[in-house]
Design a protein around this ligand. Structure first.
Ligand code: FE
Length: 279
């Protein structure tokens, strides 16, 4: 018998500003939800007002974790000190392993129009925090799309669906699942997840009915899922949502802005290394 996960908690996140005045909703990494191990942060950008995003994220460092940028609308150009550069387009994904250190910029490649997307920070285990920086980027056409008979469409960024479609991103550390699911009206969706995983849903459009309890999860809400091995959701009127899960690391987390390490000393070392051009 599948053990179906029910909603354990919900949060709408809170308004935040980061980079050079980019306005967003911070959903994980807030006083209310500081951490959903191994997920350190989830930001949602959604604005058609250039003043909300035009400043972008000029040159800044990261160490100790991975950043996953997934766009739904608009374009972002990124550039880093390892010589990587590219433009993320709607439906495209960039998975950056900061490891021991990277310095990059993330700037909107547009002067007006809608910019919409997500940035998720995935923690690295202690043994991988100082690994070499790495970088995986895929255009929309490179992200596997699973189309089911009932009209459900699943974009598989990482992990694998219960029907066997494998995600494009390789991850050797926390082996996350990251799905973008479009559910037609009346359809049901089921996905196996590890019993040990922390898992969440975020509703991009419409409204979900979650678990056997059919608990409603509204537009722009994050739902943290409780224990179980199966995620089961439906939608009366149709919905689009993210399903993200991974095994928790259960290690100490020391945060210092763009650096996330295991101890305070390691964070101070990161600031020192950055200031002395050792990235
Ligand atoms: Fe960044």
């Amino acid at each position: 018998m599948p053990e179906v996960r029910e909603i354990a908690a919900t949060t709408p996140g809170m308004p935040a500003s980061d980079g050079a005045g980019v306005r967003m909703t911070r959903i994980i990494g807030t006083p209310e939800l500081n951490l959903l191990d191994p997920f350190l942060l989830l930001d949602c950008f959604e604005s058609d007002r250039p003043q909300d995003y035009i400043g972008g994220f000029p040159s800044h460092p990261h160490r100790g974790f991975e950043t996953v940028t997934y766009l739904l609308a608009g374009r972002m150009r990124h550039k880093d000190n390892a010589g990587n550069e590219g433009v993320i387009e709607p439906g495209g994904v960039q998975w950056m392993t900061a490891g021991r250190g990277i310095v990059h910029s993330e700037m909107p490649e547009q002067e007006d129009g809608l910019l919409r997307g997500f940035q998720l920070w995935v923690n690295l285990p202690a043994r991988a925090k100082m690994t070499a920086p790495g970088y995986q980027e895929y255009p929309p056409s490179g992200v596997p799309l699973e189309e089911r008979e009932d009209g459900t469409r699943v974009r598989v960024i990482a992990g694998a669906t219960s029907e066997g479609t494998r995600g494009v991103v390789r991850n050797d550390w926390v082996k996350p699942t990251y799905l973008d699911v479009e559910l037609p009206a009346g359809a049901e969706f089921e996905q196996q997840v590890g019993t040990d995983d922390n898992a969440f849903l975020f509703v991009i459009e419409g409204e979900l009915a979650v678990g056997d309890g059919r608990e409603p999860l509204q537009h722009r809400m994050l739902g943290i899922l409780g224990a179980g091995d199966t995620v089961r959701v439906g939608s009366v009127g149709g919905a689009r949502f993210l399903l993200v899960s991974a095994q928790p690391l259960r290690e100490p987390v020391a945060r210092g802005g763009p650096f996330v390490m295991n101890t305070r000393e390691e964070v101070l070392q990161a600031f020192d290394d950055y200031q002395h051009n050792r990235f």
